[in-house]
Design a protein around this ligand. Structure first.
Ligand SMILES: Cc1cc2nc3c(=O)[nH]c(=O)nc-3n(C[C@H](O)[C@H](O)[C@H](O)COP(=O)(O)OP(=O)(O)OC[C@H]3O[C@@H](n4cnc5c(N)ncnc54)[C@H](O)[C@@H]3O)c2cc1C
Ligand code: SF4
Length: 326
């Protein structure tokens, strides 16, 4: 592990100033992903700016949105009364992730920016375009059971590992950031990128920009929402496939529906195609199946992960059926 300088930021402005344009510096949240990457020499940084003492509260804005401070711990967010009541899908998604100890350390900002769990990314003897642009990708013809089936490219088939982010994608959240050039808001569904031929560029965040908060707009029907995750162990395991959904049914027809998928793409995957198909149709199993088929139409499986395509469809149908029953 390379030696580095540790600095504690006492304010958002100080954090942004401390990191400046230093390409060898990064913000430090709970450290549950970043410190592992530094130990493995995948990240070779000269400076860490600790942002865990920045705003970590939840507040309701004048227009009824919920604003979550980026330094809030995952456990605190999942257990917060407002989140459990208004956005159960978010609370469930967080509690399905990692372990109690990790959730107690991990911050909201760090969760959003955690890196892929692709085995070859963590193995510095393997070829990986994300770690070393232009090197090649050992996952495409290698063991790719945990890899993506949607939005892949010839350069990278990694998945984004977060559970929390799948719920935030379904809830149309926004990422609030501050950098040397001021503040801006980025729609959650635009924040993470598909790999295309630059898999090392994972988000729309510019160098030195700090995530200050996540904002969720008011969505009444999100009270009727669910997160379901298939994983290899009952706890302490990343999603093989996961589904976050919220459903509003009026007179047996679908008035509003939101669906996002995890474990299937380089970013939390909003199922816009399924939502378009389902809008206004009777809330029946046959129609849920039509929506799932539409979403997975462009899916492409690899040697060890083709099962994810059928699994995702079945999970989508089952989650929507469960929401109707509720
Ligand atoms: C064994 C294990 C199992 C896990 N299982 C799951 C799971 O099932 N589901 C799941 O979703 N996650 C899982 N995780 C991942 C875990 O959720 C992440 O490690 C955690 O959320 C990262 O948060 P952190 O605060 O520790 O981030 P850090 O490790 O501190 O930082 C991660 C990245 O975010 C950047 N960063 C942090 N805060 C900010 C900010 N405010 N602005 C800009 N950049 C920032 C850092 O520079 C770094 O690049 C698991 C982790 C482990 C170790
Ligand atoms: S899938 Fe992406 S992260 Fe994994 S080895 Fe290939 S380029 Fe690297």
């Amino acid at each position: 592990m390379k030696n580095f300088t540790y600095q504690k930021a006492e304010s958002v402005d100080a954090a942004v100033n401390l990191i400046g344009q230093n390409a060898g510096a990064k913000f430090l949240g709970g450290g549950t992903n970043l410190v592992d990457l530094m130990r493995e020499n995948i990240e070779r940084l000269n400076t860490l700016v600790d942002v865990t003492h920045l705003p970590a509260n939840i507040e309701e804005t004048a227009d009824g949105a919920i604003r979550i401070g980026a330094a809030m711990k995952n456990t605190a967010l999942a257990n917060h009364e407002l989140i459990r009541e208004k956005f159960p899908v978010l609370s469930q998604a967080i509690l399905f992730g990692a372990s109690g100890q990790i959730r107690n350390m991990a911050t909201v900002g760090g969760n959003v920016l955690q890196r892929t769990r692709c085995y070859y990314f963590y193995d510095d003897t393997a070829r990986c375009n994300k770690r070393e642009p232009g090197a090649g990708c050992d996952a495409i013809d290698g063991f790719n059971r945990i890899h993506a089936v949607l939005g892949t490219s010839d350069a990278c088939i990694a998945t984004h590992p977060s559970d929390m982010c799948v719920a935030l994608a379904a809830l149309d959240a926004r990422v609030l950031v501050q950098g040397a050039n001021g503040n801006r808001a980025i729609a959650f569904n635009d924040f993470h990128r598909l790999p295309e031929n630059t898999p090392h560029i994972e988000t729309e965040l510019q160098n030195g920009e700090l995530i200050t908060a996540i904002e969720i707009p008011p969505t009444d029907f999100a009270k009727n929402s669910l997160y379901r995750k298939v994983r290899d162990r009952a706890s302490y395991a990343f999603a093989v496939v996961s589904v976050a959904a919220a459903l509003d049914v009026e007179n047996s027809a679908i008035k509003n529906v939101r669906i996002a998928l995890g474990g299937v793409a380089h970013k939390p995957w909003r199922a816009f195609a399924a939502e378009r198909v389902l809008q206004g149709l009777p809330a029946t199993e046959a129609n849920f199946q039509r929506g799932a088929e539409a979403e997975l139409e462009t899916a492409r499986g690899f040697a060890h992960n083709r099962f994810k395509i059928e699994l995702t469809k079945r999970m989508m149908v089952n989650v929507l059926k469960e929401l109707v029953e509720e």
